[in-house]
Ligand binder design. Structure first.
Ligand code: FES
Length: 258
């Protein structure tokens, strides 16, 4: 007797196995599927390379009320680059982010490089083995990232304080934009959404769970664009550092609007 076949194409009651490798890049897709992984690779190389270089400089990260977001830290009086004190937090947070996992699995491990495109391996242990088991730390990195958001907002507000007077310069706006985008990235996090209300089975239980439902629904709207916030916040953190660096090193004079 032939086993009935479910919509997945696998016989009912049979355990689906991973598709066999048919040669890296093999696909019946006719669109430019390779463009996305290529752009992601370029973005990782640019942002990662620039951030590492800037963090190791240890100078030109502050000018007047402006502080580079890569150096936003309460500890600056140290014998090495102050960026290194807290930099492990955003690195850990982004490296364990669900969105970035998708990106780097496609680009660096090619398992697979895109949907319906043959990849490099047939075995995937998920997050059950080292090193990917470390991805389970994401929720803890989220708690630390929330502290970073507070720190970034402190520096964003400070960027409008010119010797005790309120003012607006290009740097104020760039640092503010970076802080807003970082906040959108953190508050659209999947772990945050789960923490806010995703773990609740019945929202109508009581007044508090109803309130949680409202908050969860708003976070869900942000969460739908999580990937966008991830890229934009990665770009603006480099841009804000670059701007402060140019002004601090005298290459560029800050423009004041007010
Ligand atoms: Fe991307 Fe949490 S899932 S930051």
């Amino acid at each position: 007797m032939v086993a009935p076949v479910a919509q997945t194409g696998y016989p009912v009651n049979s355990k689906p196995s991973l598709l066999p490798v048919q040669g890296l890049g093999n696909t019946e897709r006719t669109d430019a599927w390779w463009l996305e992984p290529l752009l992601v690779l370029l973005a990782f190389a640019l942002a990662g390379g620039y951030s590492a270089w800037a963090a190791l400089q240890g100078k030109n990260y502050e000018w007047g009320p402006y502080m580079s977001p890569l150096y936003a830290s309460p500890f600056t009086n140290v014998p090495f680059s102050p960026a290194l004190i807290l930099m492990w937090i955003p690195i850990g947070f982004r490296a364990t982010c669900y969105f970035y996992r998708r990106c780097y699995h496609r680009v660096f491990f090619m398992n697979p490089p895109a949907c319906a495109v043959s990849g490099m391996c047939t075995k995937y242990d998920g997050e059950s083995k080292f090193p990917f088991i470390l991805n389970n730390l994401h929720r803890y990195f989220l708690y630390l990232a929330l502290l970073l958001v507070v720190l970034h907002w402190f520096h964003a507000v400070r960027a409008f304080n010119f010797d005790g007077q309120f003012g607006i310069g290009v740097g104020s706006l760039v640092i503010l934009a970076d802080t807003v985008l970082l906040s959108l990235y953190v508050f659209s996090c999947h772990s945050w959404r789960h923490w806010i209300g995703g773990k609740i089975d019945k929202f109508s239980n009581n007044a508090f769970t109803k309130l949680q439902h409202k908050a969860w629904a708003r976070v869900t709207i942000l969460n739908e664009s999580h990937g966008l916030w991830a890229w934009l916040s990665l770009g603006t953190v480099c841009l804000a550092d670059y701007y402060v660096r140019l002004v601090a090193s005298g290459v560029w004079a800050d423009v004041r609007f007010f």
